[in-house]
Design a protein around this ligand. Structure first.
Ligand code: FAD
Length: 278
């Protein structure tokens, strides 16, 4: 049985981006993913654009899962957004705490994603599918790995159906995290988030910001390619293909690809791995 896949997008900002995303949805949709998810800007800044992208995905005949972050929001705000999704027949959501843009007031009625999960479950009932975020290399604001893991387990117990991890390049970090989460009673699937090397410089910045380790040998090779984009592409594909192979062999229950709204690398990875419908 092939490993289930899902794809993540960000809501486009321009009409050109909207059209491009529709084309990418068709290309990746041919692989029959479980769902496409769409991120939600800090503090609700992309509320309408996220909804619009989700509606485009649903109109194209695919399951769509909006991300929803709660920090800085009131219960009333969140209830309103959930009601909009319910009215559009959306029942899948990625529930997050989120990060407030710096300088924004912190007033809000939710402190942690676990509170959002509990709120969605209480107000929407059991028919919603709720995913949450997991951090195999520890959430960057958390100093103690054991505490982060316990908070993650509590979040799952609050009513989540599954988790998607932050991206990582070290399969052992993922396997260790899953093993430790199981010891704390987490039984739901924990799906690895896979970030292809769309653009090495940008991915390295994300990794630095989010406390994700890029192995030194990968960094050195990537930096050595300088402007050789073909070399970067080929090497990056090999690294990520091997990572995915290890994850699949080790029993990962699915793979969630961070697409950055681009299809070529993800299509090539899925082709190499034999993933998705053909
Ligand atoms: P939480 O699970 O609430 O954890 C946040 C921090 O609080 C952690 O350090 C945790 O250890 C700590 N904590 C949790 N509970 C407690 C407690 N009871 N007491 C004390 N400390 C506690 N961001 C966006 O803005 N939009 C998106 O669309 C988006 N999508 C994402 C998708 C994925 C798959 C991932 C992995 C991340 C995504 N993010 C997104 C980033 C995310 O919002 C940030 O990482 C944010 O800092 C934490 O969100 P969370 O839901 O993981 O928070």
């Amino acid at each position: 049985m092939t490993t289930p896949i899902s794809f993540e997008f960000f809501p486009p900002n321009t009409p050109v981006g909207v059209d491009k995303l529709k084309a990418v949805v068709q290309e990746l949709g041919a692989l029959k993913p479980q769902y496409f998810s769409v991120t939600y800007g800090a503090g609700g800044s992309t509320r309408d654009k996220t909804l619009s992208a989700v509606m485009d995905i649903a109109a194209a005949g695919f399951e769509a899962a909006p991300h929803l972050s709660c920090v800085g929001s009131t219960r009333e705000n969140i209830a309103e957004i959930l009601a909009t999704y319910r009215a559009q027949n959306i029942r899948r959501v990625v529930a997050l705490r989120g990060d407030l843009p710096s300088g924004t007031a912190t007033a809000g009625e939710f402190r942690y994603a676990s509170e959002l999960v509990a709120f969605i479950r209480e107000t929407q009932g059991p028919d919603w599918h709720i995913e949450v975020a997991a951090y195999p290399e520890v959430h960057p604001q958390q100093r103690y790995a054991a505490r982060d893991l316990q908070h993650f387990a509590d979040k799952m117990k609050a009513g989540a159906d599954g988790a998607i991890t932050q991206f990582f390049f070290n399969a052992d970090a993922y396997f260790h995290f899953v093993e430790e989460a199981r010891k704390l009673g987490v039984t739901q699937p924990i799906v690895p988030g896979i970030m292809p090397f769309h653009n090495y410089g940008r991915i390295a910045q994300f990794a630095q910001r989010d406390g994700i380790d890029i192995p030194r040998w990968v960094q050195m090779k990537m930096e050595g390619f300088m402007d050789d984009t073909a070399g970067i592409r080929a090497f990056g594909l090999d690294v990520i293909t091997r990572l995915c192979e290890r994850l699949i062999d080790g029993g990962a229950p699915g793979l969630h690809f961070y697409t950055l709204n681009q299809s070529p690398l993800v299509l090539e990875l899925c082709r190499r791995l034999g993933l998705g419908a053909r």
